[in-house]
Every structure is written in C-alpha cells, then in structure tokens.
Design a protein around this ligand. Structure first.
Ligand SMILES: CC(C)(COP(=O)(O)OP(=O)(O)OC[C@H]1O[C@@H](n2cnc3c(N)ncnc32)[C@H](O)[C@@H]1OP(=O)(O)O)[C@@H](O)C(=O)NCCC(=O)NCCS
Length: 172
C-alpha cells in the first residue's frame, strides 16, 4: 500500500470510497464525497491523501484549513474530515496510516492545532482529545469534538473559537 497526495484523476475513485465507507455507517452517506470536492474547489485542502493498493484507491483522508482563535490570537488550524476506507479494507491499518502521514505533513504547513469530530474510541490513539478541544467554541462542541496540539509552544487558551472551512456550511 502506498500513501500519496490526491491527484485530479483520483476524484471519481475518492468519491466512491467515501460513498461506500459512509454507506456502511449508521448515518449513511451524508454528502462527504461532495464535501471533499467543495473543499478542494475552494482551495481549503491543506493535506489530502489517498491510500492506493494495486492501482486502486482504498482510502482517503483530508485535512482542511480552519479559522481558529485562542484568547484573541489566531492559530493555524486544520480539521480532519472526512476520512474514509473501503468497508472491505476496514481494520487493516489503512485509516491509521493516512492519519499518521497527514499529521506529519501538517507540521510542515505550520499547522499548530488540528480538530476532528469523530468517535472518542478512535481518534485519541493519534493524540486527539476532547479536553484539548474544550476551550474552543464550536457548533460541534461535545465529547466527539477533539483537538490535538501540534505546536508544543502553544498553550491551551482560556477561551477560543474553532470554525471549519466554509464548505462545511453555515453551521461550521
Ligand atoms: C473510521 C475509518 C476511516 C477507520 O479506518 P480503518 O482503516 O478501518 O482503521 P484502522 O485499521 O487504522 O484502525 C482500526 C481500529 O479503529 C477502530 N475503529 C474504526 N472505526 C471506528 C469507529 N467509527 N469508532 C470507533 N472505533 C473505530 C477499530 O475498532 C480498530 O480498533 P483496534 O485497532 O483497537 O482494533 C473506517 O472505519 C471508515 O471508513 N469508516 C466509515 C467512515 C467513517 O466513519 N469515517 C470517520 C468519520 S469522518
């Protein structure tokens, strides 16, 4: 398996990965494929990686630009969403490989903090925690909203705000 940046020729396969992966969840596909395309079209994709096996794309993870404010100062933030792996490949480390590689690449983009809205049993293994996200106001605030400080010089603020890219819609 190789992990590499997405290319324009990949998008039909990336759509298919998101449709199949989210169709397998309790919520179903809720437009994640379209969200990926909109984030890219807006120029808000920071790190967008595919996992490829034998010429077939089996997974995709996207980190997009966020607007983050901490005690009145701006932080460089990136949201991890969406991440998807073909259902027949679940549990083989594809999602983890995409996320670990993406987190490594974010540091090269000077990203100081990353947020994710996801399952509290999955994302803490990468260092995301609900405690780190707690000071940041967001419509997604709660136990599923987690953050990871990538810049160790950054202190958690008393209060702040985290907004996903405009493609996420008015409640972002
Ligand atoms: C979430 C997802 C990307 C993980 O990819 P993956 O390649 O199966 O994950 P990995 O093989 O790296 O990790 C497997 C581990 O994650 C856990 N895991 C996977 N999805 C999980 C979920 N939704 N909630 C809790 N744990 C989950 C598995 O139980 C397994 O745990 P273990 O290592 O303790 O056995 C994949 O399951 C998927 O595409 N799901 C559907 C889409 C989705 O829900 N995306 C995330 C929301 S944006």
């Amino acid at each position: 398996m190789i992990i590499r940046p997405v290319e324009s020729a990949d998008f039909d396969m990336v759509d298919a990965v998101h449709r199949a992966a989210f169709a397998s969840t309790a919520f179903g596909h809720q437009g994640e494929a379209e969200l990926v395309r909109a984030i890219h079209a807006d120029g808000d994709a920071l790190v967008s990686l595919v996992a490829e096996t034998d010429g077939k794309i089996v997974g995709h993870a996207l980190f997009s630009r966020m607007e983050v404010e901490a005690d009145g100062a701006a932080l460089n933030g990136a949201g991890l969403a969406p991440v998807a792996v073909l259902p027949e490949r679940h549990g083989k480390g594809v999602g983890s490989a995409l996320i670990w590689r993406g987190l490594g690449m974010l540091q090269a983009h000077n990203i100081q903090i990353s947020f994710v809205l996801g399952h509290p049993d999955y994302y803490p293994r990468f260092g995301y925690s609900a405690d780190t996200a707690r000071p940041f106001a967001s419509p997604f605030a709660g136990p599923h909203f987690m953050a990871l400080l990538l810049d160790k010089a950054v202190q958690l603020p008393e209060s702040g705000r985290a907004r996903y890219a405009p493609a996420f819609g008015p409640e972002r």
